[in-house]
Structure formats: structure tokens, C-alpha cells
Design a protein around this ligand. Structure first.
Ligand code: UD1
Length: 420
């Protein structure tokens, strides 16, 4: 198993390029199930989750060529609608095949994704919505068995909670359903928006893209003509590197970003004292005179992303004063706290609220990655800790960050990947 060894205390400088968004790429890959023709998707991040989704599509009968940036996928050959446990257990987002498989074949079996480090993460809202569209759902031997022999039918769906992959699943299902589907309380994340735009370009009538109410006119099982796609830049990867610039109080530039997706992150960093230069698709973060504490509450887009909570907690450790961080989306997303404690961090937890005392010295330690974003918080803290930090179990990081250690070393960090 690989681990990262980081010798803290180096200033960063220079520029790096941000990769395509994993969370946009995954539903786009799943959407090829709805296509009658081969689809080329470019700007794919070269991370494990993308390979897992490609393997899942292949296991269903699709063929693909992939060179680490673009994948040419022919899902017209899919002849099996069972997403097996062995692949689904590696990545919860495999559930994104449920909507399109059911819509296309009228029957599918998708392994239940199970719990994960950041909480229970149920899929009840996905299932309830598909039932409203006429599906019969059974859970048997760890699989969701969904049937809609005569195809799915348009319906009005009100999500009790805003769900990103839930919205994506139902948008894809609705694209091949008979009639009109209205989704109320839909997710508005840029990744959902890109999926809707791709389906619209493929001929699906969709109204309300980017709003909380989507209206989708289905094709009644006629497969779509999905055009070639370039995945949007990863706002969470960009946010993580902005935090790397911030925590080391350095000036760095990120290329291939979309600032409009980063507003809540930029505003929070400004509140903490950082300044920015924005160019068309680049952003430069500049050092703060004094890093100020900040209070954060995670919420759905365009609010502050839960996927940036751990990284900002690391940043709050070097701020002046005490920050309060409230996690409102997931019940167990503070796994990084006990690892940060090992580095000398002073953080107290009270249910979903973390109180982070800034300004204490951080010291290198052996720490364990627990989930994707928690792991990046440990790397960020290590960049400013005294001495050596070893971050173990970095397979979590490899699921979502492209060449993290190469990007950070090109900015001047002392970081290497080693074998246990
Ligand atoms: C997606 C992102 C993930 C991000 C999260 C929130 C992908 C592949 N993953 O995850 O990185 O952290 O959005 O921005 O895009 N819920 C239910 N029942 C459901 C579905 C969700 O109760 O059927 C709850 C969840 O437990 C959570 C909340 O709704 O409390 C939001 O979760 P959701 O938006 O569905 O997260 P994901 O789509 O799994």
C-alpha cells in the first residue's frame, strides 16, 4: 500500500492545472447507458473512481477505449442490467447506473452501496422517486431489484432532502420515461447542471436547468444521441489547492477553473483575509496579512460545500482565533478530527459542530486517511506541520485527486509517495 510522506514548512509558488470534475464525470459516464451511439468524454480526471465506473459499464456489456483523458464509450452493446456488488462496493456512485438501466431495459439489479465512512448515506429518495415513476422495487440479497416492464412514466417528484446523485439518477430515468417528469427540490450543483445540458443537447427537453425545479420530457424509451462531452473543471480539487495556498500563506495560480463554481469558497477565503486575482479560467490566491478565523456551515450548492469542510478545518488551525464549523449534510463527517489531534490540533466536537482553535503549533505524525476529503485535510495540515507527516491509506485520495503529490511538489511542497 502507498503512503505520502510530507516534510512541512515549505512555501508554495507557481501554477498547476485543475483536472476535470470526478463528480461531474461519473453521472456523465452513467448517462452513456441512454445513448444509441458511441460517446467521447474528455477532460476525465485520471482517478480510480473513473476507472471503476468504466469497469462497471464494461461489466454491463459496454465497450470503451480510455487514454487517461478521454474515453470513447459504446454503451449500445449493453446486454446485462446487473450492477454487481464487487464493483459497486468500491464506489457508492455506482448507484448512478440505477436510473438509466431501469429506464432503458425496464428491469435492473443494482447492488446496494452500503454504508461508508461519512455516514449511512441511504438511497431511499432515489428509490421513492423511481416508484413514483411506476417502478416496482424490491430489495433482495443486497440488491435493489427494480422493474417497470412497460417503461417508466413521468411523475411529479418532491425530494424531501436535496440529493445530488438522487437528482442525477431521476433526471436520467426521466429522459427515457413516457411523458413529463417534474422534480421539485432538485439539486443545483454544477455537476447536475452539466448532466442536464448534455441530455438537452442530446434532444431531451429540459426546463429549469440550474434551478430547484426541473421539468423533463421523456423520449418513451427511444435511445438518445449523446454528443461528445468535455467535463467541467473540478471545483473541489480547485478549492483544495486554494486551501493549500492559503494554509502555507503562499501565492499560487490554478489554471482550468470556473470561478463561478467557486464563489462560496472564494468568499470564505476572502473573509479569512486572502486576496485573489481572477482571469478568464485562472485564479491566483495571494497571501493574507493576517489569517482570520471563520465560521462555516455546510449546505447544498451554492452554499459552502460539505466536500470542502475538512480542508477548511485544516486551514482554521493556522488562523487567528477560534472557528466554528457546522456539518449539516452528513452525520459522521468529522473522521479527520482525531487524526488532526495526532498532529497537535485543538478541536472539540459536539455532535455536528467542531470548534477549532487556531494558532497552535502542528507537529508531523503518522496519520490515517479515512475518506476522500478527510485525507486531503491531513495533507494540508502536513504542509505546515513541523517535520515529517506520513499519511497512510491514501487509496482514498487516489479515488478523487489526480496526481496530488506531483501537483503539490511542482508548487514546491516536499512530498513523496512511498510504499509501506
Ligand atoms: C454527492 C457527491 C458527494 C457530496 C454530496 C453532497 C457525487 C458522486 N458525490 O453525494 O461528493 O459530498 O453529493 O454534496 O456526486 N440522502 C438521503 N436519502 C437519499 C439520498 C440522500 O437521506 O436517498 C441524504 C444523505 O444522507 C445526505 C444528504 O441527503 O445527508 C445529501 O446527500 P446526497 O446529495 O445524496 O449525496 P450524494 O449524491 O451521495
Amino acid at each position: 500500500m502507498d503512503y505520502l510522506e510530507i516534510n512541512g514548512g515549505k512555501k508554495l509558488s507557481g501554477s498547476i492545472s485543475i483536472s476535470g470534475a470526478k463528480n461531474a464525470a461519473l453521472p456523465l459516464l452513467a448517462s452513456t447507458i441512454l445513448s444509441k451511439n458511441e460517446v467521447t468524454i474528455c477532460n476525465l480526471p485520471d482517478v480510480v473512481d473513473i476507472k471503476t465506473m468504466l469497469r462497471l459499464l464494461e461489466n454491463l456489456g459496454a465497450t470503451y477505449e480510455y487514454d487517461g483523458d478521454c474515453a470513447k464509450i459504446d454503451s449500445s452493446t449493453i446486454n446485462n442490467s446487473k450492477a454487481i456488488y464487487d464493483i459497486v462496493r468500491k464506489m457508492r456512485a455506482s448507484i448512478l447506473t440505477l436510473g438509466p438501466l431501469l429506464a432503458r431495459f425496464g428491469r435492473c439489479e443494482v447492488s446496494l452501496p452500503g454504508g461508508c465512512a461519512i455516514g449511512q448515506r441511504p438511497i431511499d429518495l432515489h428509490l421513492k422517486a423511481l416508484e413514483a415513476m411506476g417502478a416496482n422495487i424490491e430489495i433482495k440479497q443486497g440488491y435493489v431489484i427494480a422493474t417497470a416492464e412497460d417503461g417508466l412514466k413521468g411523475a411529479t417528484i418532491i425530494f424531501d432532502k436535496i440529493t445530488v446523485t438522487g437528482t442525477e439518477n431521476i433526471v436520467m430515468a426521466a429522459a427515457l420515461a413516457k411523458g413529463e417528469t417534474k422534480i421539485i427540490n432538485a439539486a443545483k450543483e454544477p455537476e447536475v447542471v452539466q448532466l442536464c445540458e448534455v441530455l438537452k443537447e442530446a434532444g431531451v427537453e429540459i426546463e429549469g436547468i440550474g434551478s430547484e425545479e426541473l421539468i423533463i420530457k421523456g423520449s418513451d424509451r427511444e435511445l438518445l444521441d449523446i454528443k461528445d462531452i468535455s467535463v467541467i473543471p473540478d471545483r473541489i480539487e480547485a478549492g483544495t489547492y486554494l486551501c493549500a495556498g492559503a494554509i502555507t500563506n503562499s501565492k499560487i495560480t490554478l489554471n482550468n477553473v470556473n470561478h463561478s463554481h467557486l464563489i462560496s469558497i472564494i468568499l470564505k477565503l476572502q473573509e479569512m483575509g486572502f486576496d485573489f486575482d481572477l482571469k478568464e479560467d485562472a485564479i491566483t490566491i495571494k497571501p493574507a496579512v493576517k489569517i482570520r478565523h471563520a465560521n462555516i456551515a455546510t449546505s447544498e450548492y451554492p452554499g459552502f460545500p460539505t466536500d470542502m469542510q475538512a480542508q477548511f478545518m485544516a486551514l482554521a488551525l493556522v488562523a487567528n482565533g477560534t472557528s466554528v464549523i457546522e456539518e449539516r449534510l452528513f452525520e459522521n463527517r468529522f473522521m479527520h478530527v482525531s487524526e488532526l489531534h495526532r498532529m497537535g490540533a485543538v478541536i472539540t466536537l459536539n455532535n455536528n459542530i467542531a470548534t477549532v482553535e487556531g494558532g497552535n503549533e502542528l507537529n508531523g505524525a503518522d496519520v490515517m486517511a479515512t475518506d476522500l476529503r478527510a485525507s486531503s485535510a491531513l495533507v494540508l495540515a502536513a504542509l505546515v506541520a513541523n517535520g515529517i507527516t506520513r499519511v497512510h491509506r491514501i487509496y482514498h485520495l487516489d479515488r478523487g485527486y489526480v496526481a496530488l503529490e506531483q501537483k503539490l511538489s511542482s508548487l514546491g511542497a516536499d512530498i513523496k509517495r512511498l510504499k509501506e
